[in-house]
Unconditional design. Structure first.
Lengths: 430, 147
């Protein structure tokens, strides 16, 4: 690799994504800048799911016929490959319907702890206990904790966000205290792109005996992430944001925690022994996977992980960083643009920032700006991006978000910047 | 370019110079409506005089479509009998939910016909209806108070 060229062969990557070949809005090239919402799927992932269904499909962890064996092997092999991708052991990975369910699983398990055995004592919450989140959370890592606080009588507290879109860590020692039972925070903001200092938050949480829950939905698809190295207790990420299918989320939990945590959803597949009046539960991860699991989806996510691993997550991160810097530089040259989140410093660089660029155009509502971009074939996200409190904090009703992935290139950035100027021309001229 | 079909001059005029904007007293009922997908919101008050819409006043934040459609609403319903206002409301809802296939009646909807192009963009229909849903809700509350 030379540093003079792009870290990725984007043309080769794009050839794997059939959807990028279609046109939108009367024949315009599709400029897909909404991977923060959902990524596109390469042929290799679609082929893997089809191959499983055509060759090995059967219900896993039940039945003794050959297909049942093959399907179970494929499912567990997928778990092992996905676990390795985030540095975890296979038994530390639980498949859920989506990342939101993964967070709810932990929150509900904690809510169930009071009526479980003594082994679950460390998950019990009650009045006087505190849950700490941040003001930049996606609703998925906020509302479940609000609800848990409401059910248990615990108190919800949160880190504020600075004007430049970073966590206000001056509050670390006063917010995370002996009363804190859980610290839940995002690894990388889906709006600001901000990469949070996991080390500092984990160190403080550990010092006071609090559990950490990391929302890694926007980090795992875009950079090399190793959960055990980060030291978090729990983490979630989402298949469809990393080239995989819908309907599948992943919950990581440290083994010793999963072994003592009570279940959330109960029923088939998650039991050890069932009698009419009571049941005992299977060891993790099965304890947390009630019902028939998302088998072909897990197989396809493993193929997505393989695809990303071949590219190399460091190169993926480097590629997106180049696009992000080019975008921030371009936006800085357009008058009337306010970028939410970290911007370029005097040297033209920015650290601890991922590839989500949200902004507002002075005098133009984000919905209207998004409409003009769409008219040119540019797909961006408009609205509050499921982070309403963050937008309120930054005193904007909504924003426009461009987010990048492996199949975007500098031509996309140029089209986007031209589109933003066209937005101003369209509304400024009338 | 499809964009001009959506952003008709009439819509942009109402957006830049909204009619009837600002919350006024007296009023019989108030409705707060929000579009949860984008955070656009409107607070709208209705004053009835018997069976007539005496005044509609509002405040809100949102895109050009939501703000302009609320401005057009006030032109269409203030001074009209409630029944006629609801006929217009029904016609506007039908137009917006018609996916661009409903031919609007200018006698009924006046400037409201400019929103026909918006109906082709399903994601924006809720924007256009935000103020109208607030009006419907506020009238229902006002009638609940007076009866």
């Amino acid at each position: 690799m030379t540093t003079a060229t792009s870290p990725l062969d984007v043309d080769a990557v794009r050839a794997d994504f059939a959807i990028l070949g279609r046109t939108v809005r009367d024949g315009k090239r599709l400029v897909y800048l909404d991977s923060g919402a959902t990524s596109q799927r390469p042929r290799q992932v679609l082929d893997a799911e089809r191959a499983f269904l055509e060759q090995h499909n059967s219900a896993v962890h039940r039945g003794a016929h050959q297909l049942a064996e093959e399907a179970t092997d494929a499912y567990e092999d997928a778990r092992a490959r996905i676990a390795a991708f985030v540095g975890a052991e296979p038994g530390e990975l639980v498949f859920t319907k989506n990342a939101t369910e993964g967070i709810n699983l932990v929150a509900y398990a904690m809510g169930n702890a009071a009526s479980s055995g003594p082994e679950a004592a460390r998950f019990v919450l009650g009045p006087g206990d505190e849950i700490v989140v941040t003001e930049m959370e996606h609703h998925a890592n906020l509302v479940p904790w609000q609800q848990l606080a409401q059910r248990t009588g615990a108190t919800l507290r949160w880190f504020g966000v600075t004007d430049d879109g970073r966590l206000n860590l001056s509050e670390l020692d006063s917010l995370v205290t002996e009363r804190t039972k859980v610290v839940a925070f995002t690894h990388q903001s889906n709006v600001l792109g901000t990469v949070n200092p996991v080390d500092a938050l984990v160190a403080r949480a550990r010092a006071v005996g609090a559990l950490t829950v990391l929302d890694a939905c926007q980090s795992v698809p875009h950079s090399a992430v190793d959960f055990p190295a980060l030291g978090v207790d729990f983490a979630v990420f989402s298949s469809h944001k990393m080239l995989g299918p819908y309907g599948l989320g992943v919950l990581y939990g440290r083994r010793e925690l999963l072994e003592t945590m009570p279940p959330f959803l109960t029923g088939g597949s998650m039991i050890e022994m069932v009698e009419m009046a009571k049941s005992t539960f299977a060891p993790p991860p099965q304890r947390f996977e009630a019902g028939t699991p998302m088998t072909s989806q897990a197989v396809a996510l493993a193929a997505a992980v393989d695809y990303l691993s071949v590219l190399g997550m460091d190169r993926v991160a480097e590629h997106e960083h180049e696009l992000t810097v080019a975008t921030l530089r371009g936006l800085a040259e357009i008058p009337g643009i306010r970028v939410l989140g970290p911007t370029l410093d005097a040297t033209g660089e920015v650290a601890a920032r991922g590839g989500a660029v949200s902004f507002v155009v002075e005098g133009i509502h984000p919905h209207d700006a998004g409409q003009v971009l769409d008219d040119q074939g540019i797909a961006v996200r408009v609205g509050h991006h499921c982070a309403w409190p963050l937008h309120r904090r930054l005193r904007v009703p909504a924003s426009v978000r461009a987010s990048f992935y492996i199949y975007n290139d500098l031509a996309d950035v140029d089209a986007f910047l031209a589109g933003v100027r066209a937005t101003q021309a369209f509304f400024g001229a009338v | 370019m499809q964009l001009q079909q959506m952003y008709q001059e009439i819509i942009l005029d109402h957006y830049k110079n909204p009619h009837g904007r600002g919350l006024r007293d007296p009023f019989d009922a108030e409705s707060f409506q929000v579009n949860p997908t984008c955070g656009d919101e409107v607070t709208l008050r209705v004053k009835l005089d018997g069976a007539t819409v005496a005044d509609v006043s509002y405040e809100g934040q949102g895109c050009s479509i939501s703000q302009a459609s609320t401005s057009v609403l006030t032109d269409l319903v203030v001074g009209k009998p409630v029944a006629e206002a609801f006929t217009k409301l029904d016609a506007f809802v039908e137009l917006m939910q018609g996916r661009g296939k409903v031919e609007p009646d200018e006698d009924v909807l006046e400037d409201g016909i400019a929103f026909a192009g918006v109906a082709k963009y399903p994601a924006r229909v809720k924007c256009a209806l935000l103020g109208w849903m607030a009006f419907k809700d506020a009238v229902a509350r006002a009638e609940g108070v007076t009866t």
